[in-house]
Design a binder for this molecule. Structure first.
Ligand code: PAF
Length: 281
């Protein structure tokens, strides 16, 4: 695996591969890699000849008081893992390399970035869009792979590609889960042993809510019950039942539904979602 720290060196390496007609996939990460990231790499490998993984803890997507300074750094393990997956290139840029002209951004995500997670982290998605756009400029991938756990992020990135008419495909993988159902996340490392034992309850409440909808119960009723149940164990930031295509309110004809939620458990913020189809419309 080649390791690059500068845009110039990575571009030089990728330009020659592109000239040979090789298809390039990008997997952007912030490190702290787990099996969810491995699935992103596997998907990238299955769709392209060259896989570039980036590790960059992007300061612009963290607000003051969030976990930017404490974000798990497991670099040596990450490197070994990526090598074992035969990743072709690891991009490890500095902040100056990514933001040579400062961190002001010209791309604004708009209303979709202000709901759900964005209502609690108002500057987060502008920062995500900024860094992802920058990675697309540098790597010029044919495709990039993201996880469906960050469902709102995925929608925002697809919208960015559309809005800017970028010539690349966004691919995604379903949320990867631990055996007990907890969605894999770098931030799970923050949970104490006891919290880790109790955290899968988050997923089981989402599953119960889905089952309740499929049994024909009304969305407002299901939402109210799920928030009440979650509230007994966690601090609920939000839980919504929405149209999975665009995160808007469900209409009579909507068939693809998402139950999407964020909670706080001790000092840890967890997000999760479930997407499913209803057939009784
Ligand atoms: O999902 C993440 O890990 C980050 O938001 C991303 C896409 C790597 C941008 O920093």
């Amino acid at each position: 695996m080649e390791i690059f720290k500068t845009q110039k060196d990575l571009e030089l390496y990728l330009d020659s591969l592109r000239l040979e007609g090789k298809k390039i996939a990008l997997v952007p990460t912030m490190g702290g890699l787990h099996d969810g990231h491995v699935s992103l790499v596997d998907k990238a490998k299955s769709l392209s000849e060259i896989v570039v993984v980036s590790i960059f803890v992007n300061p612009t997507q963290f607000a003051r008081g969030e976990d930017f300074d404490d974000y798990p750094n497991t670099f040596e393990a990450d490197k070994l893992l990526l090598e074992s997956k035969n990743v072709d290139a690891l991009f490890l840029p500095s902040k100056e390399e990514i933001y040579p002209h400062g961190t002001t951004s010209d791309y604004k995500v708009g209303a979709i970035g202000q709901i759900l997670c964005g209502a609690f982290r108002p500057t987060h998605f502008d920062g995500v869009a900024q860094v992802v756009k920058r990675f697309f400029e540098i790597v010029k991938p044919n495709l990039a792979v993201f996880g469906e756990k960050d469902f709102q992020q995925l929608l925002i990135i697809k919208t960015l590609v559309n809005n800017l008419s970028l010539d690349l495909k966004i691919e995604s993988i379903p949320t990867q889960r631990e055996d007990d159902g907890l969605a894999m996340s770098t931030r799970n490392q923050y949970l104490s042993d006891l919290e880790r034992e109790r955290a899968p309850h988050f997923y089981s409440v989402l599953c119960d809510a889905r089952d309740s909808i499929l049994r024909g119960n009304s969305f407002p009723e299901v939402k109210k019950d799920a928030i009440k149940t979650l509230g007994k164990s966690f601090e609920v930031e939000y839980l919504e039942v929405l149209d999975a295509n665009n995160l808007t309110q469900i209409e009579t004809k909507t068939t693809e539904i998402i139950i999407i939620s964020a909670i706080r458990f001790g000092g840890t913020r967890l997000i999760d979602n479930l997407v499913f189809r209803r057939t009784n419309v």
